[in-house]
Design a protein around this ligand. Structure first.
Ligand SMILES: [Cu+2]
Length: 286
């Protein structure tokens, strides 16, 4: 009598294993710098796929049920932390050391991995990236949005205190780039044809709210890490809160090139230079 349910359970386990994969990844914490639009070199930290520095922390994509096997190496001269927000535990990685993190992703969504040590310091300085689970295999784009107060980067790197309550950022970036360079980043610059189903995966790893305004098109909220009840809303402006992740769906009804920008207008400048900052365009062909 119990044999049939048991066979069904074994069958279900069998089915789930057919689709679940294991992804092995390494991340290297490296201290270097980022260049602002007015050519200032500012201290910066990032996660890297190899031991050579780039300013972008990699986007990790997985499917529902997959296992991520992650080695995080700290190539910096000071201790760092690591966590996948709301998913993993907190790890401490002494200078020159590494940790192994194994995580099964049972829920779809967008997650932020970041340095939890002396939060918000190291996350602010750049140690924050995105994990995308259950990517719908169509047209996907990715925005790691962030703002910077260059002086703070110097002060924090030198061990000086900053006043976290009085934040006055001067530079605003998507994947580390600002206008006009966002449009040359194929991960960030939204392109497609009329009728496509386009997904935009956004992680705000900064300290400010960024309200992204779309001209020409409306988008639908597919997922929000902070506001699950907002799912299904269709509109053209999307506030993204610090450490929030948001997935939007856009099905373009018309061809053209239209601006997308932060509605907080200081965020489309760079150290008071306009246009700069979080300002890109969507390009849709007939
Ligand atoms: Cu606008």
């Amino acid at each position: 009598m119990t044999r049939l349910p048991l066979l069904i359970i074994i069958g279900l386990i069998g089915i789930s294993n057919v689709f679940a994969n294991t992804l092995e990844k390494s991340l290297y914490i490296i201290s270097d710098s980022i260049q602002t639009v007015d050519s200032l070199l500012v201290p910066y930290l990032s996660f890297n796929e190899t031991d050579s520095y780039t300013k972008d922390s990699p986007i990790i994509t997985l499917n529902y049920g997959d296992t991520l096997k992650l080695w995080v190496y700290n190539l910096d001269s000071i201790s760092h932390g690591f966590a996948i927000k709301e998913v993993s535990g907190n790890y401490t990685i002494p200078a020159g050391d590494s940790v192994y993190v194994e995580q099964v992703f049972v829920d779809e969504g967008l997650y932020i991995y970041h340095d939890t040590e002396e939060y918000q310091k190291n996350t602010y300085l750049g140690l924050a990236g995105m994990i995308v689970v259950n990517e719908v295999n169509d047209h996907n784009f990715y925005w790691n949005i962030k703002e910077h107060n260059a002086e703070w980067n110097f002060n924090l790197t030198e061990g000086l205190a900053v006043d976290w309550e009085n934040y006055d950022p001067k530079y605003f970036t998507i994947n580390g780039n600002s206008n006009p360079h966002i449009n040359t980043d194929t991960l960030a610059r939204i392109t497609g044809t009329v009728g496509d189903t386009i997904y935009l995966n956004i992680a705000n790893t900064g300290l400010s709210i960024h309200s992204m305004h779309f001209h020409g098109y409306h988008a639908e909220i597919m997922f929000s890490s902070l506001h699950p009840t907002h799912q299904g809303r269709i509109k053209d402006t999307f506030p993204v809160y610090p450490m929030e992740t948001l997935r939007l769906k856009i099905v373009p009804h018309q061809a053209g090139e239209f601006p997308i920008h932060d509605h907080n207008l200081v965020a489309i400048t760079g150290n008071n230079i306009y246009p700069n900052g979080m300002f890109t365009t969507i390009l849709i062909t007939p």
